[in-house]
Design a binder for this molecule. Structure first.
Ligand SMILES: NC(=O)c1ccc[n+]([C@@H]2O[C@H](COP(=O)([O-])OP(=O)(O)OC[C@H]3O[C@@H](n4cnc5c(N)ncnc54)[C@H](O)[C@@H]3O)[C@@H](O)[C@H]2O)c1
Length: 251
């Protein structure tokens, strides 16, 4: 008996990193998983890996900033594996720079993916959850949505928006049986952490040392939080912000 048996999970940004790992873990625990991403080759490979291990997974090419893509993906997933009762709004980009070096174009691109993408996901998936009388939305924010960090005004604004829109949606949808929570990782060992190290002229060891626990996280550390929030184990939890940061924000 898996922890998410019988659920259909849509995971955005599932070709790499946290999304790819979360998709695998959800499938291992019994969910039918729709993986979506702009990177079609890596996304198809991620879904094939899950199927090779006996899980149920299909890849859909999908740009989270495009409302028509959301309409198509949700319609196709509904027809193929049932309406999603779990949505992991994970797709995101990370750009850091001093305020006077961040262009308006970069600001808009980041906001479009990190904020508009999450809004559109909730807009197009939660009506089906309301119809089903059950659902769990997991919005991937960051510790940068909780605390201030130099160079993070744009990224932090996007993740702060995800944090508050999660609470708004949680209140709006509570009576319908749809839960909405945000998760807040610190550095997790993906290509995003490599970029963070490069941009800050830091070594991986220096990034590790930012976390009181002594090292950055692994994608599985976030995957377990997603699994918990996707499952009925968290049925009394909505509007919450779950931190997995090795103690970074406890300081
Ligand atoms: N890795 C970290 O240190 C860290 C820390 C805190 C929060 N996060 C958040 O976790 C999430 C996943 O990050 P990750 O580390 O796995 O990054 P990643 O770069 O490994 O993966 C991000 C995925 O999103 C996809 N993507 C980018 N733009 C897209 C778009 N417009 N539409 C659909 N897919 C798109 C990429 O192709 C990629 O597969 C992001 O929201 C990120 O902000 C990451």
């Amino acid at each position: 008996m898996g922890r998410v048996d019988g659920k259909t999970a849509l995971v955005t940004g599932a070709a790499h990193g946290i999304g790819r790992t979360a998709a695998r873990m959800l499938a291992e625990e019994g969910a039918a998983v729709a993986l979506t991403d702009v990177d079609a080759d890596a996304g198809a490979e991620a879904a094939a890996d899950i199927r090779a291990d006996g899980g149920e997974a299909t890849f859909y090419e999908h740009d989270v900033t495009a409302e028509d893509d959301w309409r198509d993906v949700v319609t196709d997933v509904h027809a193929a594996m049932g309406g999603p009762t779990v949505l992991v709004n994970n797709a995101g980009i990370y750009q850091i720079a001093p305020l006077d070096e961040m262009s308006v174009e970069d600001w808009r691109t980041l906001m479009d993916i990190n904020v508009t993408g999450v809004f559109l996901g909730m807009k197009h998936c939660t009506p089906l959850m309301e119809e089903a009388g059950t659902g769990s939305v997991i919005n991937v924010s960051s510790v940068a949505g909780l605390i201030g960090l130099a160079g993070h005004a744009c990224y932090g604004a996007s993740k702060g928006a995800v944090r508050t829109m999660t609470k708004d949606a949680a209140i709006e949808l509570a009576e319908a049986g749809v839960r909405v929570n945000s998760i807040h990782p610190a550095y997790i060992d993906t290509q995003m952490a490599d970029y963070g190290a490069d941009m800050q002229g830091a070594t991986k060891e220096e990034l590790d040392a930012m976390h009181p626990i002594g090292h950055m996280g692994e994608p599985e550390d976030v995957g377990y939080a997603i699994l918990y929030l996707a499952s009925d184990e968290s049925s009394f939890t909505t509007g919450a912000e779950l931190v997995m940061d090795g103690g970074l924000t406890a300081q």
